[in-house]
Design a binder for this molecule. Structure first.
Ligand code: NAD
Length: 514
């Protein structure tokens, strides 16, 4: 068995940081160093304020980076609620010294960003491999003999060959084992997903050195992942299974969203349909929530990459099949925005619109690829007086960065990012709840919030509502109850007596998912 002592992870992002921290936590005898060119990000990883928000992440990082022994439950699993006791030697490091760290590593995991290409051949669909190629070149230049190179980033099928070509250009005398080890974590639940993954996929070449490398990587995971969940594939299958998994998950969302459009025309209830079909064990209940469609940095780009791959392989029918998942996703957002505009008498002039929740899903501060941006783009075309956004985690800087991609020249002036949900809702004509943050939901068993009367806001919610989903904001104080909540939305799925209590224009449905 190959002994691994030093792991280097290139890319201190949503995947690299948490994954490296988890490997370090469960392998105290191994030194894990995460490197990134972005000094600010590395400074944050070395501070008390980590650059990304994930429930449970800071406990894991404090344990591995600062040497605090974590509480561990009876089965050996880390449990944040169990008191930390003695210290352990720190074995997780964050650094900008890329070359030096690569030079010492037995394993280098490449976890850099692989966004969609913005220009040139395949723009809008093909994967932009600039960062991945750059990182691979660094590895090819600085790594030592026998270093295992692991693709952790999501990449097109056959990227292993690209790594091989680059390493052979730089170090023709050496043969580096190359593995594909795609990451399946979801933002918002990254630590939970990493702690108990459904599976760990390791793709390798079927050569003795490839198989030995796969076994060495499997040993790292076997410290906390049951053996039967660590699956070895050929390298091309491992690469392609990540794109396939994301395409299938996104397809479920587009499928149920297509049915939601039929429901709105017929009076059928998409929530009931999702529940009914989800009870079929062959279908299952996950990813069947109708809403604004999927967002986030992965689904759209990975399906685009899949369609581009299919087309490059001379398979236009396959490309067109998956393309439709994206078409349906865009259609759903457009429908939502048009619905809101229609309910406001087809004019937003002089009106303030509030958006509660910017992140593409709850429990993440990641502002990338949010469905909210598409909604804002359409609302801006109607010339509203202002659009106020409140999100509990997304920073104003990140939201403003995303807004800079909008065509409207005055987007930055019209949009206000508020630190307070009540301020965001003040004098608003419509309140759109675009992220399923718990703070916007009625808490179970708490009494419905009685709101002060306000001027008939349209409240469009992230999911077809039931009375139990009535919009709820935490009360600031007893003296100042929320000013926006009236009754709420999703006409077509609510009982008649509730619909009757709504303002005539309060008639929006749909929502956001993933
Ligand atoms: P990210 O943008 O958050 O982080 C990538 C980091 O890599 C950045 O900090 C960047 O500065 C750094 N980087 C780029 N080139 C570098 C180089 N040559 N040397 C050193 N650092 C470099 O990206 P992410 O969200 O962590 O995603 C990483 C990969 O994982 C992508 O391929 C993505 O598709 C995949 N993935 C992401 C998720 C997710 O939920 N975010 C889930 C599964 C897989």
């Amino acid at each position: 068995r190959r002994q691994i002592r030093n792991v280097c992870c290139i890319g201190a992002g949503y995947v690299g940081g948490p994954t490296a921290a988890m490997i370090a936590l469960h392998n105290p005898h191994i030194r894990v160093t995460v490197v990134d060119r972005d000094e600010k990000r590395i400074r944050a990883w070395n501070s008390r304020h980590l650059p990304i928000h994930e429930p449970g992440l800071s406990d894991v990082v404090r344990a591995a980076r600062d040497g605090l022994r974590p509480g561990v439950d009876g089965t050996g699993h880390f449990d944040a609620s169990i008191e930390e006791t003695t210290t352990r030697a720190p074995n997780l490091f964050f650094s900008t010294a890329c070359a030096e760290t690569i030079a010492e590593a037995d394993v280098v995991m490449i976890s850099v960003n692989t966004p969609t290409k913005r220009q040139g051949q395949g723009a809008g669909r093909a994967t932009d491999m600039t960062a991945f190629e750059g990182a691979t070149r660094d590895v090819a230049t600085h790594s030592r003999r026998g270093c295992i190179i692991v693709e952790k980033s999501t990449v097109p099928c056959k990227t292993g060959q690209l790594i091989k070509n680059i390493t052979q250009q730089h170090r023709p005398e050496l043969d580096f084992p190359i593995l594909s080890n795609p990451e399946f974590l979801s933002e918002g639940t990254a630590i939970k997903d990493l702690m108990r993954p459904d599976r760990v996929i390791i793709g390798c070449e079927s050569t003795p050195s490839g198989i030995a490398a796969a076994e060495a990587l499997a040993d790292l995971y076997a410290s906390w992942v049951p053996q039967e969940r660590i699956v070895t594939n050929n390298i091309w299958s491992a690469e392609l299974c990540k794109l396939t998994a994301n395409a299938m998950l996104a397809q479920r969302i587009s499928s149920i969203n297509s049915i939601s459009a039929i429901c709105e025309r017929t009076g059928a209830d998409v929530g009931e349909i999702a529940k009914s079909i989800g009870l079929d064990r062959r279908i299952g209940p996950q990813f069947l929530k109708a809403g604004l469609g999927f967002g986030g940095s992965c689904f759209r780009k990975d399906i685009a990459s899949l369609t581009y791959l299919a087309e490059s392989l001379g398979l236009p029918e396959v490309a067109a099949y998956w393309e439709q998942v994206l078409t349906m996703n865009n259609y759903q957002r457009d429908r939502f925005a048009l619905n809101v505009i229609a309910k406001l008498n087809n004019s937003l002039r002089g009106k303030k619109i509030t958006i509660l929740g910017y992140a593409f899903k709850k429990d993440t501060g990641d502002a990338r690829e949010s469905p909210a941006l598409d909604v804002i783009r359409m609302l801006l075309e109607e010339g509203p007086k202002s659009i106020a956004i409140f999100d509990p985690l997304c920073s104003e800087a990140d939201i403003r960065y995303e807004l800079s991609a909008l065509p409207a020249a005055d987007a930055q002036d019209v949009v206000k990012v508020c630190a307070d949900p009540y301020e965001a809702c003040e004098d608003s004509s419509a309140v759109l709840v675009l992220t399923d943050w718990d703070m916007f939901k009625m808490q179970p068993r708490s009494a419905p919030v009685k709101a002060q009367p306000v001027d008939s806001p349209v409240i469009a919610s992230f999911s077809p509502s039931t009375p139990a989903d009535l919009l709820h904001l935490p009360q600031r104080s007893k003296e100042k109850p929320p000013t926006i909540v009236k009754d709420t939305v999703a006409v077509g799925t609510l009982p008649e007596e509730i619909i009757a209590r709504l303002q005539p224009q309060a008639d929006c449905e749909t929502g956001c998912e993933e």
